[in-house]
Design a protein. Sequence first.
Length: 54
Amino acid sequence: MASNTAASENKRKRSHKNMGRKRKNRLGRRSTASAADLFGACGEPGQPAPGLTK
């Protein structure tokens, strides 16, 4: 059976690793712009782009 010290150290190590993963997942969730953000200024599909009509 493992000692309480070893169990505590492993729990701490796992906790820190999981916290880092949660942080990175939270940061990466909005790191890529959505299609609506990228192409929102282009207007509706099938219609002329705003500002390009004469």
